[in-house]
Design a protein around this ligand. Structure first.
Ligand code: RIB
Length: 314
């Protein structure tokens, strides 16, 4: 059983030709709201990946913005542990999605910041705890410590990026970061290989957008080139990756197979609008595999070069 503890936001999304620079006004279009928040998105991804039941600890305001969030999570069959704030509003995110499918996101956490250690449900029966950094770091640390003490595998998606103390990283079993987050966690700007060598977590996975992803687990390096799709909105693709990866690991899949499934699901998510609305089911991922060939040796070689690996990979 998987427990996700983290944020839920209502996403206010506008599409525009490009992401505005500081001080610039852009005429956008197609305003829409979507259920989002990194914690909630990852819980939906775990649940849609099938297999083991997914629970989500989240905090919401006592307001109308909470309603579509609860409805989306319930539709995805996520078991909810809701902390209801009487004083803080449900979290929201302002998102601009460009025609090149890139996004810029500003989050107002609101009720997400009222989660406390006391809210963590009993950990009996949970094998994995999946955390992100949209709730306060001291609370994330306390959850990780409680899970570690109960032998629950602690997975951290270190997003949004922030410097992380060694004592906190020592509680993490699996770290998932993108290239920018890796540089912040490693506190170094160099190649992926150089940064990876500096992060003292047993398993580190780095998502690399259109290049794919790589991982270092117990001294072995793995590569998974990206699946070829035409993206329209990358919002929630990283969350899809994290949720599907943890679902696969909790079902005893190998790390290489988990990377493959997570990459395919994230690629599919990029071809749809919104965060939770873009996350595929297990059947959709299976159908995607039927239409997309495995990576070629040339793609592996290219990804190896991109990462700065000059040694054998698994
Ligand atoms: O990772 C995407 C998510 O980041 C959005 O859904 C938004 O709510 C922010 O949390």
């Amino acid at each position: 059983m998987i427990l996700v503890a983290g944020s839920a936001n209502l996403d206010f999304v506008v599409r525009s030709p490009h992401i505005p620079a500081p001080g610039e006004t852009v005429l956008g279009r197609d305003f829409k709201t979507f259920p989002g928040g990194k914690g909630a998105n990852q819980a939906v991804a775990c649940s849609r990946a099938g297999g083991v039941p997914t629970h989500l600890l989240l905090a919401l305001g006592d307001d109308a913005f909470a309603l579509p969030l609860e409805a989306s999570l319930q539709a995805a069959k996520v078991n909810l542990h809701i902390v209801r704030s009487k004083t803080l509003a449900t979290g929201i995110a302002f998102i601009c999605v460009s025609d090149a499918a890139e996004n810029a996101i500003t989050v107002a956490p609101g009720a997400n910041h009222c989660l406390q250690l006391i809210d963590l449900p009993p950990l009996d029966g949970f094998t994995h705890l999946l955390l992100q950094l949209e709730i306060p770091l001291d609370v994330v640390t306390a959850y990780a410590r409680a899970a570690r003490a109960r032998g629950v595998t602690v997975v951290l998606n270190a997003a949004p990026a922030q410097h992380l103390p060694h004592e906190f990283l020592a509680l993490i079993d699996v770290l998932i970061v993108n290239e920018g987050e890796l540089a912040v966690v490693a506190n170094f700007s160099g190649s992926i290989a150089q940064c990876l060598a500096l992060v003292d977590v047993p398993c580190v996975i780095v998502t690399l957008g259109k290049h794919g992803c790589c991982a270092r687990a117990d001294g072995v390096y793995l590569l998974q080139p990206a699946f070829d799709v035409t993206p329209i909105d990358t919002t929630g693709a990283g969350d899809t990756f994290c949720g599907v990866l943890v679902a696969a690991l909790s079902e005893q899949e190998s790390l290489q197979q988990a990377l493959r499934m997570a990459s395919a699901a994230a690629a599919l998510a990029c071809t749809r609008f919104g965060a939770q609305s873009s996350i595929p089911t297990l059947d959709e991922v299976a159908a995607f595999f039927g239409n997309h060939a495995n990576a070629t040796d040339a793609q592996h070689a290219e990804l190896m070069k991109f990462c700065g690996f000059n040694f054998p990979t698994g």
